[in-house]
Design a protein around this ligand. Structure first.
Ligand code: ARG
Length: 464
């Protein structure tokens, strides 16, 4: 028996039921569903639409059902259409006629919408915390490796010497924007669709704002048609999750490259690396590879839900039931990936001295030569050109910049003096950076101090 049975002469065929049942996916929303139902019932009683006694009986029944589902006592299978019908049917079975009053002035359309909003709100909070933990572990590495010099890349070609901590803090900064996007979305997510009823509102004197307050929503989603039709919040969340995943994937890619023998820079703890079934010497970066690979699932979810929604007329359409498949897929993948990435970072060491010697007199210092000439009043384009010729000279002679004699330097420009040789090491190059946010020792220290304040603030608040 389905809750809408009476209008039909035949039972829904089992294949149609199996195809349309969403219970295997939406049973995950049972506690949100019950929370929203309790608020709804309390509102009905405040508005004298149902009696106080009925309301307490329903609330009690719902709380028991919550425990039954939690403990696995209430068996749920595909013969149930969705989580809403499971709970309502169970309530009626438990408390009889009174249970039939629960669905007064609401529809499953506003019910699923409110369940999802509650779910999203919690998940956003959870992810904010997880991203902060990842930022903290990156920050700790940045502090530990402060002073370690690496080559920075553009186009994956050696570009300029940088501080490794600067590189790590770039990820901290992008993750901060990810958190801001999540936080910003709360103002749109935290609005209650409950009371929109099927879509047109109800003739019963409900108090939507009261129910919204009970559920700690900031307000109601005003237009009842929009309230049941909207899945923007789900899309926005998956979109924000996709951006997080893209950042994790880029970090994964770097870890993979750095751990290669060619780079020999990152080394994973044995507990976070895997071997080959065939080649005994292999130590593979599978965890990072899988984070990179699972990014596809999250992008897939985003494209999936955008496609799902793109042609739907207002208001509710059953297609929308598919949204949870995408949402849960994205949430679970990202949540797990952030956690695993945090652990992976904690279990990775970096070869401190890997680059510094190699960068002594390296061609990556040619920008410093150009800047040297600029400081001696040569226009940058010309300075760049001179420095380029010096690079060509080094390449053809197979020598490093610091192997050129002053005499030869002077052939390229008479502005060169002995002090040019002071420049031709990565430490000086880094120290000489002057601009805000740059890779200089001073600026990276400044960034570390800043992030310590931002990321450890929560902790100090808790300690108070
Ligand atoms: N399982 C449905 C969903 O997730 C719940 C709403 C069903 N509404 C309906 N009129 N059939 O979208």
């Amino acid at each position: 028996m389905a809750i809408w049975d009476s209008r039909f002469n035949k039972k829904l065929s089992s294949s149609a039921l199996k195809f349309s049942s969403s219970i295997e996916i939406d049973k995950r929303l049972f506690s949100e569903d019950i929370e929203a139902s309790i608020a709804h019932v309390k509102m009905l009683s405040k508005q004298k639409i149902i009696s106080k006694i009925d309301s307490s009986e329903i609330v009690e029944g719902l709380s028991e059902i919550k425990n039954e589902i939690k403990s696995g006592k209430l068996k749920i299978d595909w013969r149930n259409e969705d989580i809403h019908s499971v709970i309502e049917e169970r309530l009626i079975k438990k408390i009889g006629e009174t249970g039939k009053k629960l669905h007064t002035a609401r529809s499953r359309n506003d019910q699923i919408a409110v369940d999802e909003k509650l779910f999203l709100r919690n998940e956003i909070k959870k992810n904010l915390k997880l991203v902060s933990l990842l930022q903290k572990s990156l920050l700790k590495k940045a502090i530990f490796y402060n002073g370690t010099i690496i080559s920075g890349y553009t186009h994956l070609q050696r570009a300029q010497p940088i501080l490794f901590s600067h590189h790590l803090l770039a990820y901290v900064e992008m993750l901060q924007r990810d958190k801001e996007r999540f936080s910003d979305s709360v103002s749109r997510v935290n609005l209650s669709p409950l009371g929109a009823s099927a879509f047109a509102g109800t003739s019963l004197p409900i108090d939507r704002k009261y129910a919204a307050r009970l559920l700690k929503f900031d307000d109601i989603q005003f237009n009842s048609i929009d309230a049941v039709s909207d899945r923007d919040s789900v899309i926005e969340t998956i979109s924000n999750l996709s951006i997080v995943m893209m950042h994790l994937s880029r970090l994964s890619e770097e870890l993979i490259i750095w751990s290669s023998q060619e780079f020999s820079f990152a080394s994973f703890d044995d507990s976070f690396a895997t071997g080959s079934s065939l080649m005994p010497q292999k130590k593979n970066p599978d965890i990072a590879e899988l984070i990179r690979g699972k990014t596809g699932r999250v992008y897939g979810a985003l494209i999936g839900i955008l496609t799902l929604m793109k042609s739907l007329p207002l208001a509710y359409n059953r297609d929308m039931q598919e949204d949870k498949f995408h949402l849960f897929n994205a949430i679970d993948t990202v949540t797990e990936s952030i956690q695993v990435m945090t652990e992976l970072i904690n279990h990775t060491t970096f070869a401190k001295g890997r680059f510094e010697k190699e960068l002594n007199g390296d061609l990556t210092l040619s920008t410093d030569i150009a800047d040297y000439l600029v400081k001696k009043n040569i226009p940058f384009r010309k300075a760049h050109n001179i420095s380029g010729k010096i690079v060509a000279h080094c390449t053809s002679q197979k020598i490093r910049l610091n192997e050129i004699s002053l005499q030869t330097f002077k052939k390229f420009s008479d502005k060169f003096e002995n002090d040019i040789f002071d420049l031709l090491n990565p430490k000086t190059s880094i120290k000489n950076k002057k601009s805000l946010g740059s890779t200089s020792f001073v600026e990276v220290d400044r960034q570390i101090t800043y992030w310590k304040q931002i990321l450890l603030k929560d902790k100090s608040r808790k300690n108070k």
